[in-house]
Design a protein around this ligand. Sequence first.
Ligand code: GDP
Length: 297
Amino acid sequence: MFENLSERLGGVFDRLTKQGALSEDDVKTALREVRVALLEADVSLPVARSFIKAVEKKATGAAVTKSVTPGQQVVKIVHDELIQVLTGEGEPGALKIDNAPAPILMVGLQGGGKTTTTAKLARRLKDRDGKRVLMASLDIYRPAAMEQLKILGEQIGVDTLPIVAGQSPVEIAKRAKQQATLGGYDVYMLDTAGRLQIDQVLMQEVEDVRDAVKPRETLLVVDGLTGQVAVEVAQEFDDKIGISGVVLTRMDGDGRGGAALSMRAITGKPIKFVGLGEKMDALETFEPERIAGRILG
Ligand code: GDP
């Protein structure tokens, strides 16, 4: 993650730190390169622009230009700004799951990692937080997806709602709520159907499910490797459904993780978790510090 950006900034700041004192022009030159690096890392143009502006304001201050180690100070300002943009409100990874049974709605496009992430998160809630979790697949179009969730549930020791053919997503969601209530579950997770692209039918279906269960959390699961597309998908889901957070998957790949920065800056929604592989334990709390550190190398 962030290799390109990290290398680029490494090069820029190497030169800076060797120079000693910085003029305003030096700062400008360096930040031009930082901007290019951000764009290469797939950070969107408006986000890169406002990021650079914020850094420039702080970096051209007298304290920096007259300092003995101005290069390091600029690095610190870039680092702090990254943290600021990447950090959401509240504790990273925290979920509103009081008032049992708490519904968690999982949404996203097909192939983004929704079903896998549903199971990973269920496992985490069970093992780490000691919660009783029930999972239900609402993907009535792909029986294989329902079966996949059931198999994952068996693997991780989490119950799934029995599959009943012929029910609508809203009916399945209501049945999940009923079973979660009667069975004394703390959380029930609804794995909605995805599509290859956003379409009206999908959105309407998710809206109906949302209205039927009033989720405590609506998490968008999106492929972190898709960069700008991930951000657009998040915006669209947030406009139509209202999301409470984002899970970026495939962050184990050699993607240009700028999507994380754009995601935060554009949607304003917290990135709660990152997916780091196909295995059930490959889900981690999103940590701005770690990501900023990786960006700067
Ligand atoms: P869905 O259609 O959104 O439900 O997607 P799936 O959960 O079926 O995932 C699609 C594929 O992506 C599967 O092969 C998963 O194992 C894989 N996958 C999901 N999350 C991750 C991740 O964080 N990293 C990697 N490398 N693969 C993932």
